[in-house]
Design a protein around this ligand. Structure first.
Ligand SMILES: Cc1ncc(COP(=O)(O)O)c(C=O)c1O
Length: 232
């Protein structure tokens, strides 16, 4: 974030953080530990059920210290309404977070720090078992950062074969993400094709998200690593 914020300052740009996979993650800025979502001008969080802080349906939130931006977003959230039955802007849509989701998120928010710590413990178990394997690249966390492991992503050659083999042992893995943006049909009109972003493409072809959730046990991690090392 530091280089991004420096660049934004230089060119007078606004920084919007995509913190959708980063509830509780932190970054040290000017010696101060800052949470994701508080580093830029605004931060976006997703409460999609699978997220570290997930609702039982769809939801999300935006954080900001900018009062004018907050007021504008509140209008957009509720059909341009400033108070019940009073609409002061034609802009906006129904983006209200429903009460049921709020109640669930309120309960889960109290558990977030503990569940993030459990994810970090699981990451340490993975790291202990996979470090030193020449074929498997594990995530690293630079000093001053706190990862919350929404995903635990490794990289290895022959990823597809590994995923299939793990699947055969009832180990569910994910790909985040298999198709880079420049190769998505939605952006075909931009004219990019295979080979235009070789690093991105190589990463998309080699990443594998291993099982990661707060209540994964050391035995489960053991089993995943044992099978992964066999195929790698
Ligand atoms: C990094 C990132 N940004 C944005 C989103 C979009 O969130 P939502 O589906 O709640 O709009 C996601 C959800 O998968 C995400 O992981």
């Amino acid at each position: 974030m530091q280089p991004i914020l420096d660049l934004a300052k230089k060119y007078n740009l606004v920084v919007v953080e995509d913190a959708c996979q980063a509830h509780g993650a932190s970054y040290t800025l000017d010696g101060k530990k800052m949470k994701a979502g508080s580093l830029g001008d605004a931060g976006a969080f997703s409460f999609y059920p699978a997220k570290n802080l997930g609702a039982m349906g769809e939801g999300g939130a935006v954080t900001t210290q900018n009062a004018a931006a907050a007021a504008r977003m509140k209008l957009w959230r509720d059909h341009g309404s400033s108070q019940k039955y009073v609409h002061i802007s034609p802009d906006g849509w129904n983006g209200r977070l429903d009460a049921l989701q709020c109640a669930i998120l309120d309960i889960k928010l109290k558990k977030l720090d503990e569940w993030n710590e459990r994810r970090r413990q699981a990451a340490r178990w993975y790291q202990e078992r996979l470090a030193g394997n020449e074929k498997i690249i594990t995530p690293t966390v630079p000093a001053g950062r706190e990862h919350i492991y929404h995903l635990y992503v490794v990289s290895l050659p022959d990823r597809d074969k590994a995923m299939k083999e793990l699947g055969a042992h009832e180990i569910g893995c994910g790909l985040h993400y298999p198709i880079p943006l420049h190769l998505q049909a939605a952006y075909r009109d931009l004219g990019y094709c295979q080979g235009d972003f070789p690093v991105t493409e190589a990463v998309a072809n080699s990443v594998l998200s291993l099982p990661m959730f707060p209540h994964i046990t050391e035995d489960m991690v053991d089993y995943v690593c044992k099978e992964l090392k066999k195929v790698a």
